[in-house]
Design a protein around this ligand. Sequence first.
Ligand SMILES: [Ca+2]
Ligand SMILES: [Ca+2]
Length: 282
Amino acid sequence: MRAIFIRMILSLFGCAWSGAQYDGGGSGETSMGITTESGAVMPTTSTNVADGDEIPSSGSGSADETTMDGTESGEGGESSSTGEGTSGTTEQMSACGDGVVEGNETCDDMNDVPDDGCKACARDSVVFITSERYRGDLNGLAGADQRCRMLAAIAGLQRFETFRAWLSTAETAAADRLLNSKGRYVLINGLVVAEDWDGLVSGILLHPIDVDELSQTQDYRAWTGTLYNGQPAFGTEFCDSWTTFSADFMSGTGLSSVVDETWSFFSNVGCAQDLHLYCIEQ
Ligand SMILES: [Ca+2]
Ligand SMILES: [Ca+2]
């Protein structure tokens, strides 16, 4: 009796399955057969699973855009003005939008306009590719930074003394030695490379970093030793930490004319080559 009862229950489910899949084609009396068919219908269900796999991938594609939008909307973060009332001695409390540059803010222009040089209380950072080319003997990271600053100074860029090179060694990641700004990264001519640091290291730039400090286009290669995400591109000697122009050493290089992740790392090149640097205002 019990077995028959269970079989009846199963047959009811079988009818439900067949009804859903075949639009009521099953009569319900040939329960055993339908149950088997419903088992055969299972691949349809797995097809749905496959569809489910596609959703995350397309969803992640738009996730990048969502991130950027989210950052822009975050710009309106004129958070607690109450923080000021209670601040007194606490310097940690800063309110974006109060017109006072404080805390981690690098600007505060009291508006939500993103393209006026100050966004989310973070100023734009100018980024350029050097007009000059260098071999791998850059006198280390500091020497590379110095080259960026010299060119920025000659070009008359504001805050020229803050520029640093998009460059890593095995010990030091570019991401760790550069300002991770909430502000925009823009070319000399004002074109936007990234809405913020997250955009810069996302693997997709809004514009290639192909304009030098004199507003000339440079379609070539730059020393980076760095992946698009700001981490060291291991597998070479980083030109012996940027101290040698020996062809026996190599380092990673990027392409200045692209917006995908190969802007930062495309391939390894011998250190005797003459290549550009990417420089970023801090
Ligand atoms: Ca403020
Ligand atoms: Ca603004």
